[in-house]
Write a protein that binds this ligand. Structure first.
Ligand code: AMP
Ligand code: ZN
Length: 476
């Protein structure tokens, strides 16, 4: 398996820590609003990785978290907690907001046929783990305390920007870097591990006591910064070193850079061997974003009469590292293509029946094995799904391969593609009414032991291009 590793900026051969096992952590959604289909593209990309590794025979432990505290509107140390923004909008409380949007998100992921992660940890249920890691960083002098927060001191790590390759002075992505809201903060790129319930956060809706001291609050009351949740939860469920860490491309310079700084400083070992980042879904060639008013939800896709899996098909048409421009026209085209695939899955049975009847199946000499190899090679080449899709259509068009073989190969491929081909049932084959009538008459004849009539009817059915397989007549 070859992967593009953001950390080394190279395509590398994947070497798991433990043979045939993958420990994969994926940064999940902040559950303060409905995730748009751009967000869902990221979730799909992790699903593609999980499905591919499973297809290749790996055991995959897949963790995808829910962020329900600490993620500020800036992604950095400024702005309000996104959960509080949700509360301001809807007037309930953070727990209700989280419950509501997790429900919608889980419904959406199900409809996009994403496999369930092994564990879906929530940040607010891991406050102790985050406090513990923050304490370790304080003890090891990687962190310092101000009246308002505990900050990670980036000057203490050797190669802070190794993931992004940015030069720190130029590293102005993410707010909190251009503007310092806490005068005691030493460097604009230092980032909060713990916010005290003070200053702009004095009315924080979610807070916990902690062992940390501030002149401004009692019992160290406050809440964790965003980045520490992924370091703490991945440690708990996957250990100190992961095989693969995934997330959106915009996480490279801030969130993931900070996760690495925290985890490697606290644990003293490399954090993740491979870093995979997915590109964005675009609208009018700009990142689909709620703030730009350019986002669509899966609900809106369905309301316009689209099958959610046609969106999945659209996602498959681009490599996960490529930008993908969303238009309704392209969604429609992909829905049509998907429907052609579904048609193939249903009519092929009828064709098999015809072949059996006219004894032509013996003219198919090749099998689908060659395509299975090529399909696997495409996936092993950094998840080349556009190639994989091209291959399945080439196979479908091939005159050399038996329909039955094509169909079973497609079912095999669908373990990765996830287009729901296994749900296309045989019953959906449309048998014309006149054939159904002939079958009924023949069944009657068999029951009456009128073998002459039965054979005559069988011949008639065969002449129409359908084959009948008899089962023993039920004994009364
Ligand atoms: P958030 O809920 O804001 O934490 O975002 C959840 C995930 O959605 C993040 O990992 C982002 O990388 C991802 N994301 C946001 N916008 C897009 C987009 N237009 N295309 C792909 N992924 C996106
Ligand atoms: Zn994360």
């Amino acid at each position: 398996m070859k992967l593009y590793n953001t950390l080394t900026r190279k395509i590398e051969e994947f070497k798991p820590i433990k043979k045939k096992e993958v420990k994969l952590y994926h940064c999940g959604p902040t559950v303060y609003w409905t995730q748009h289909i751009g967000n869902l593209r990221g979730m799909f990309c992790a699903d593609l990785a999980v499905r591919t590794f499973k297809y290749l025979g790996y055991k995959v432990k897949h963790i995808r978290n829910y962020t329900d505290v600490g993620h500020l509107t800036s992604d950095g140390d400024d702005g309000e907690d996104k959960m509080e923004k949700g509360v301001r909008r809807e007037g309930s409380n953070p727990q209700e907001i989280a419950r509501k949007y997790i429900k919608i998100f889980e419904q959406d992921t199900k409809e996009l046929n994403l496999l369930e992660p092994t564990i879906k940890p929530m940040a607010t249920e891991h406050i102790n783990e985050m406090i513990e890691m923050t304490q370790t960083l304080v003890d090891k002098e990687y962190a310092y305390t101000t009246d308002l927060a505990i900050y990670f001191d980036i000057s203490k790590v050797k190669n802070y920007t190794k993931l992004s390759g940015q030069i720190l002075k130029e590293n102005i992505q993410g707010a909190g870097r251009s503007e310092i809201s806490d005068p005691q903060k030493k460097h604009p790129s230092d980032f909060a591990l713990w916010f005290f319930k003070a200053g702009t956060h004095k009315n924080a809706l979610q807070y916990w006591t902690s062992p940390f001291d501030s002149r401004l609050v009692e019992n160290g009351q406050g809440f964790p910064g965003w980045h520490i949740e992924c370091s703490a939860m991945s440690k708990k469920y996957l250990g100190d070193t992961l095989d693969i860490h995934m997330g959106g491309i915009e996480h490279i310079p801030v969130h993931h850079t900070n996760e690495i700084a925290q985890s490697e400083s606290a644990n003293g070992v490399p954090f993740s061997n491979y870093w995979l980042h997915n590109e964005h879904l675009l609208v009018d060639n700009k990142k689909m974003a709620k703030s730009e008013g350019t986002s669509f939800s899966l609900q809106e896709i369905k309301e316009k009469g689209f099958n959610p899996l046609s969106l999945r098909y659209l996602f498959l048409t681009a490599n996960y590292r490529s930008k993908l421009n969303f238009t309704w026209k392209s969604l429609e085209a992909n829905q049509n293509t998907l429907n052609r695939l579904y048609d193939f899955m249903t009519i092929s049975d009828t064709v098999i029946a015809r072949n059996e009847a006219t004894k032509q199946s013996s003219s198919c000499t090749q099998t689908a094995e060659d395509y299975k190899d090529q399909f696997q090679n495409a996936l092993e080449n950094n998840f080349d799904t556009p190639k994989a899709l091209a291959l399945i259509w080439e196979m479908i068009r091939s005159k050399e391969i038996n329909h039955n073989d094509k169909k079973s190969a497609l079912l095999e491929f669908d373990k990765v593609l996830g287009l729901g081909l296994d749900k296309i049932k045989k019953e959906e084959i449309i048998i014309p009414d006149n054939i159904k009538e002939l079958i009924k008459q023949r069944e009657e004849a068999r029951k009456n032991k009128d073998w002459g009539l039965s054979d005559e009817l069988r011949n008639k059915i065969n002449k129409e291009g359908y084959a009948i397989k008899d089962t023993p007549i039920e004994q009364k």
